[in-house]
Design a protein around this ligand. Sequence first.
Ligand SMILES: [Zn+2]
Length: 443
Amino acid sequence: MIVRIAVAILALLLLLAPSSVAGQGSVAVGDTWLHDSPSAGQAGSEITVIESDVETDFPLRAVFSLKAESSSDIVDVRLLYVVDMMQYVEAVSEGWADFTPAPIVDAEWEWDMKKASLPPGARVAYWWTIEDADGNILETSPDVMSFDDDRYAWQSLTGSGPASGDEQPRHEELTLFWYEGSSSFAQELLDVCEEGLVRLTEEIGTYPERSIEIYIYASADDLRGAMIFPQEWTGGVAYTQFSTIAIGIPPTRVEWGRRALVHELTHLVVHQATFSPYGKLPLWLDEGLAMYNEGDLEPQFRSRLDKAISEGALISVRSLCSPFSAETEQAYLSYAQSYSLVEYLLNAYGQDRMLELLNVIKQGSTYDEALLQVYGFDMDGLDAEWQATLTAPMAEEGRTWLHPVLIAVLAALALLLVIRGVPVLRKRAFRGLPSELPGEYRQ
Ligand SMILES: [Zn+2]
């Protein structure tokens, strides 16, 4: 609800823009702002805006500048702004401009993104308040800055998400931006996103809360160039509150890109569905849903999971609530277990319970309380139930990783061993490729 109000206010601001910055009167942007400031309608005629501008240097900074004059010294110049993003409460921020008091001033306020960064395409509504020594105050009409990554010549394609379950179904728009590769490459990725959203709706019951923008960079390096403090392993970023995904997908790596895109898209939609100041998802559930929505578990994850099952080296569900290990093998296993736990909950108890679990956590229940309420077991109970289902089908199916005992049996059956040898070799080929890990970063 809060989000809807914020969006409505921003929509209002967008409607008002791009009226002249020299305009009169105040704009109702949240009660806080109006109550905190003197009434702008009483005065203002003495102050004139000569010029107002914003220059962006993506991703580092945005510099807002204002030239104004009055009959007496201008003594106070502030920039007020609202970022178009999901927020718990609608917030107007304030920046105090640098200038020397005089009848004519050149004021400037720099938004240093090292302190608070914005993703590509983020929109910010802004306006100025100017006060002179006689107590005159002018509040300008709002304008909108779009923080675009203008280092590349972006093209775009637009699609649509699935219908929401509301009485009057919504279809949120989906826009994909790219600059390298053919339009069929972009169309393929857009299709993947649309399918991923449909799968989310069908399997988990979640919908996007706002229209989604996806920026496809041509490489992980290009993507990192769009970030202020990138990790060297970052391959994709989901800016949940902005409904924006930025991801590096070279046109030659579409297959990797398909999965990574769906993975980040799932984080985005699930985070929006559970957006609340009270509860945060346990990591295994967050990552598990993203992995599950990608499709079947990939061999490099499956092999680690099977190995840990046979060696009794699984990580406890409780440990998987907090950040995963930085160590590669343990990280693979953490993602694989997360997938398996979500797969188990969905297969055994269905979509409705999963949606209920997300809602109960959103309301602020602890993870144990939420699981108990929805499924009748806590985290340890989930661990036990899930593990009990893991042992039996393992030996029967003989997946890519083979239990030592099974290998011994097969060793006696040379023909079978040759057949099984193929997937075993394939598994080795995946090893030592930590780049296959879903390198991601979320804000
Ligand atoms: Zn993830």
